[in-house]
Ligand binder design. Structure first.
Ligand SMILES: NC(=O)c1ccc[n+]([C@@H]2O[C@H](COP(=O)([O-])OP(=O)(O)OC[C@H]3O[C@@H](n4cnc5c(N)ncnc54)[C@H](O)[C@@H]3O)[C@@H](O)[C@H]2O)c1
Ligand SMILES: N[C@H](C(=O)O)[C@H](O)COP(=O)(O)O
Length: 351
């Protein structure tokens, strides 16, 4: 296989086996919407069984990293990882936690060895991974940071503009990009995690990847406050006055176009969004509730700051839909297209 980012496969980790990850991968393959050069990572027997449950005629073809992929229409090439326990759609079993982690390890190794262009992750279930013995696990994003040995990563979700613009007024014609200063933390711990050091690392990474990965020459970043009305001058919380504002002042002096902190409730309105390229939210639901309202099913999750390209879906395991054929594969399609685009850009940047 040529070591060319356009011909290297996109490795899809199929995620929680009782969730919709296997279904969505098969649905895209069956409908001919799986982009050329994709390979799934998971248990071939599970995929064949799920295809049968969904009534999909998708031959599952086993192969190994580095081998040429089957080019036949509507087949699904698979790099095999064996399940530990049989799966019933919608029913979690912590015995399969190590299997899910193994699929991630295979994808990371393939990217690192130049055998995959990027990894695209279908959803996993954080709770069952923890119950399966991975006590520190909080999500793909943090796991990938540690697996790749980098000090910081940033979670950013973006709507797919071409497919989902709400109209020309929705953040201009560039869609909505929301990055998070903190990720999977209990709300109780969020305020303590908003430190000058973290804000500085996250903002610098966001600025660098908007330039390098998204080709924005001079990124403009709007930053949310943490408290209602951005702290009301210190009367409704001190984090803006004492931490966020001074950090942004320092970053501006270093040449980063970072604006705010703004009251988060009115920042996510077209008039403000049109003026910037990304919003940095202070915590998970502050940013992602808006992003998912704007584009659920047509958005993707990107991990910034990794030495490899990783994109993901904008939704979870949807156990209620597994095995039924009613889940929407749109976000997986967006994540795959974005992964291909980012891996091609990464290759161009390396030249
Ligand atoms: N990328 C990931 O790995 C990822 C992302 C988000 C959530 N999760 C995990 O998923 C699990 C369940 O999370 P949750 O219940 O908060 O969110 P969820 O996205 O699984 O489900 C929320 C709602 O959205 C619906 N939904 C989700 N995906 C859909 C799709 N493709 N088509 C149609 N409807 C869809 C579900 O049926 C449900 O009603 C949790 O363990 C969470 O941590 C993983
Ligand atoms: N925060 C993500 C979301 O709500 O869509 C999701 O939990 C996935 O996170 P990881 O990619 O870190 O697993």
């Amino acid at each position: 296989m040529s070591a060319n980012a356009t011909s290297l496969p996109l490795a899809i980790t199929t995620g929680e086996p009782a969730g919709i990850g296997p279904d969505l991968t098969l649905m895209l393959a069956a409908s001919g919407q799986l982009p050329e050069g994709c390979v799934a990572i998971g248990d071939p027997a599970l995929l064949r069984q799920r295809a049968q449950q969904l009534g999909l005629d998708v031959p599952v073809v086993e192969c190994a990293p580095g081998e040429p992929l089957s080019m036949a229409q509507a087949t699904l090439p698979v790099w095999p990882v064996a399940l530990a326990a049989p799966v019933t759609p919608g029913v979690l079993d912590s015995a399969n936690a190590a299997y899910v982690i193994k699929t991630l390890e295979v994808a990371v190794a393939a990217c690192q060895q130049g055998l995959a262009a990027a990894m695209v992750t279908a959803p996993l279930h954080k709770g069952v991974i923890i119950e399966g013995g991975f006590s520190g696990f909080t999500g793909h994003t943090e796991w990938l940071r540690d697996a790749c040995g980098v000090p910081e990563v940033v979670m950013m979700l973006a709507t797919d503009v071409a497919l989902h613009a709400r109209g020309p007024e929705w953040q201009g014609e560039r869609g909505l990009r929301v990055a998070l200063a903190t990720t999977h933390l209990p709300l109780r711990d969020v305020a303590d995690a908003i430190t000058p050091e973290r804000l500085t690392r996250v903002t610098r990474l966001l600025d660098a990847d908007l330039r390098g990965q998204f080709g924005i020459a001079a990124p403009r970043i709007a930053v949310c406050g943490l408290n209602p009305h951005a702290g009301e001058g210190g009367h409704l919380g001190f984090e803006e006055r004492d931490i966020i504002e001074p950090t942004l002042t320092t970053l501006r002096a270093q040449g980063i176009d970072v604006r705010g902190p703004y009251p988060a409730d009115t920042l996510f309105t077209p008039r403000h969004l049109r003026e910037v390229d990304a919003v940095l939210a202070m915590y998970h639901d502050q940013g992602l509730a808006v992003l998912k309202y704007a584009g659920f099913g047509q958005a993707a999750n990107i991990t910034l700051g990794l030495p490899l390209v990783r994109t993901s879906v904008d939704h979870g395991t949807a156990l209620d839909l597994a095995g039924r054929g009613t889940a929407d594969p749109g976000s997986l399609g967006v994540a795959l297209r974005l992964a291909r685009q980012l891996s091609q850009r990464q290759k161009t940047n390396e030249r």
